[in-house]
Design a protein around this ligand. Sequence first.
Ligand code: AMP
Ligand code: MG
Length: 353
Amino acid sequence: MDTKVVTVDQEKPDLQVMRMAGEILRKGGLVAFPTETVYGLGGDGLNAGSSKKIYAAKGRPSDNPLIIHIADLESLEKIVKSVPPKAKLLAEKFWPGPLTMIFSKSSRVPYETTGGLESVAVRMPSHPVALAIIREGGGYIAAPSANTSGRPSPTRAEHVCEDLTGKIDMIVDGGAVGIGLESTIVDFTEEVPVILRPGYINQEMIQEVIGPVRMDRGLLITEEKVRPKAPGMKYRHYAPKAQLTIVQGSSSQVTAYINAQCEKAVREGKKPGVIAADETVSAYRGAVVKGIGARNDEEEIARNLFAVLREFDEEDTDILFSEAFDTPRMGQAIMNRLLKAAGHHIIDLDSSF
Ligand code: AMP
Ligand code: MG
């Protein structure tokens, strides 16, 4: 398949290009486009055939449901059974924006889109390109992250090209995304709303609006026994090719430990890599070291995380180490992605003595 790549201005996208993308979507084709979180791979969410194509292009397991993206609040009522008052409050506060909510689905939504579930995940993004494409494409666009399943999510059009060229109809390049981590997911099908995936909008921000929400136990406990409720959260994800280990502890402990491990790796003929905060990049020796952002700029760390993981694949490193980034506001979301990339391989130097 020939994949058309078109560049647009992210604030004022060319209307003709938006119409072209919309037409492809209405006819059942696939278009990747930027959102404020990561790039999405869009297909008509009410067309079972389009959803099947999305799974095939990504190599995504078919039990992992898709999020339907809408461009206005009226569209929500047509695809869900009812909207609880607390969900309305969150929509008023955070839509358009990086928040996904889960509801009981209406009969209009095919099971192919929801991975066989009776519930449907819905988000209204704020990115002007995403909003224009959703409108032109019929209003209900299923759009998971536009990466090959298991690889880091794409934060630039080049990442989408790497994974999906030849497999989809069109890639709309609107430059680098702003947030860099996928949306927060809140499940409203339970008595007390549950956060199934942490993101830019954190638990505290949600609780300020609607009171108590809990974190899905599968997010907090890494034992196999507790399955995360969002089917997608159980899969190994974001993984670089090399085994990644996260090292936690005081800054001096962490740099000393990682340096010793890198030295050992080099002795064994391996090529080590390190993910570090900008401040500590120069503390490492004998490894490919990449700065992810300043420690006090968590938004920068979030924005760079997936791109840095992809860069290490290009470097052909055999073994990777990362500092931990338990930052105050987005730390939960950043560490959730990093832990998954590491297959939950973490060394806590504080507790190992
Ligand atoms: P992505 O599209 O790559 O951002 O992934 C979407 C995430 O939302 C996955 O982790 C899915 O498992 C989750 N998800 C989507 N729909 C539902 C649903 N109806 N119930 C629970 N989780 C969902
Ligand atoms: Mg994804």
